[in-house]
Design a protein around this ligand. Structure first.
Ligand code: FEO
Length: 396
């Protein structure tokens, strides 16, 4: 058993997965991921969400250990994505006494996912309903499209904990600590929290804003998400990040330089621009899109105010690593960034035109001039153009 005490009568019974390579079979997990599940040991016992099938053994060992022979009265299903619900059918087989608490959309999904594998008579809840479990009073708050339609959150009026479903979560395992204030969050987790937000929730800024407004009316002392660390201090820090991310505002005045280069010449121009920006005191991070996944760079674009995109032309079009990044930016609602463009092409450069077309489908993207068009390698006569591009990019 590997449980963690969240407060007097609430226990984390989740599990870490350090073996999974790709979250949702697409996002790399260099630091793993945790599937958080919480057990409330009140007069009634309540499990807040199940877990992924990959951690079923540890998850059930934790539940049974924490229950210590008690029956499980309720399981609250806040979210039906299988990383939290795949073990639900197994749970209900082990605990036939357990009542499922969920909303009507969730009930439909339970039947969609499990068919005849589960027979349930759920207690259907809606916005504002309260489940009394003894000392605790669980108030349900719908959070549609953060990031699935059935998602709901649960506010415990007694402990003032917000069980926030996927919101406020992060990639990365819980390495002993469970609370964000026990680690150097900014150093160890912030980039992964942002990458998680950008890729999983990024598209749904408006629904996140709706939830933030609802949450502002609650006295929240602790946030318990379905992935990553629990927050009991500095909630303002996390809420401020969510405010920025969900309104697509950059967190920092900084530049992300991303390039898609076949033989290094396009990358060389990108590096030169980075050096010039650094010399002017700007914080810069440079990414080779053939090496660094577009999901990582997308997180960086959520962080930074300015973006430099440099791409080769390939088969008469945009070199694919850059096209993939731009399509991710479109899909996840990126907007309001200042952008500098560099293209390369040995006989018919086309990359800039295609980057511009893709940028036009985003909101408020300001492309600065000049767009630098390189033929094979940056010509000495183009140095002045690079200087001019840098000046215009950072001009207020
Ligand atoms: Fe962590 Fe949307 O599931």
């Amino acid at each position: 058993m590997n449980t963690k005490q969240v407060c007097k009568d609430i226990v984390w019974v989740g599990a870490d997965d350090r073996r999974l390579a790709l979250f949702e079979n697409v996002y790399p997990l260099p630091n793993g991921v945790s599937y958080n599940s919480y057990l409330i040991l009140d007069t009634k016992t309540v499990l807040m969400d199940a877990a992924d099938a990959s951690v079923a053994d540890v998850f059930f060992e934790n539940i049974e250990g924490a229950l210590n022979g008690r029956k499980l009265d309720y399981v609250v299903v806040q979210h039906m994505e299988p990383d939290h619900s795949a073990t639900l059918a197994m749970l209900l087989k082990k605990h036939s006494e357990t009542v499922v608490v969920c909303n009507a959309k969730t009930e439909t999904m339970i039947h969609q996912f499990f068919g005849s594998d589960v027979t349930i008579s759920p207690q259907i809840v809606k916005e504002g309903d309260v489940l009394q479990t003894g000392n605790h009073a669980l108030q349900f708050m719908m959070a549609p499209m953060v990031h699935w339609p059935e998602v709901m959150m649960t506010y415990d009026q007694t402990s003032k904990i917000l069980f926030s479903a996927d919101a406020f979560g992060s990639f990365g395992t819980l390495d002993g600590a469970i609370f964000a204030d026990e680690v150097n969050f900014e150093e160890q987790y912030l980039d992964e929290a942002r990458r998680y937000y950008a890729n999983i929730v990024g598209k749904y800024g408006m629904p996140v804003q709706t939830v933030l407004k609802k949450a502002a009316g609650l006295d929240i002392q602790m946030i318990c998400p379905l992935h990553g660390l629990v927050w009991r201090k500095d909630l303002g820090f996390l809420l401020d990040k969510y405010q920025h991310w969900s309104t697509y505002q950059p967190e920092e005045k900084a530049v992300v330089v991303a390039y898609a280069s076949m033989y290094g010449n396009t990358g060389h121009v990108a590096e030169k621009i980075a050096e010039k920006l650094d010399a002017k005191g700007w914080p810069v991070r440079v990414y080779d899109l053939s090496k660094t996944g577009r999901d990582f760079v997308l997180g960086e674009v959520f962080r930074a105010s300015h973006v430099v995109l440099a791409a080769a032309t390939h088969d008469g079009g945009l070199f694919e690593p850059m096209e993939y990044l731009l399509r991710e930016m479109i899909a996840h609602g990126v907007q309001g960034r200042k952008v500098a463009l560099v293209e390369n092409g040995s006989w018919a450069p086309m990359a800039a035109k295609q980057m511009q077309t893709l940028l036009e489908s985003m909101k408020d993207m300001q492309v600065v001039q000049p767009v630098i068009s390189v033929k094979s390698a940056l010509a000495p006569a183009q140095e002045a153009e690079v200087d001019s591009l840098v000046e215009n990019l950072i001009a207020e």
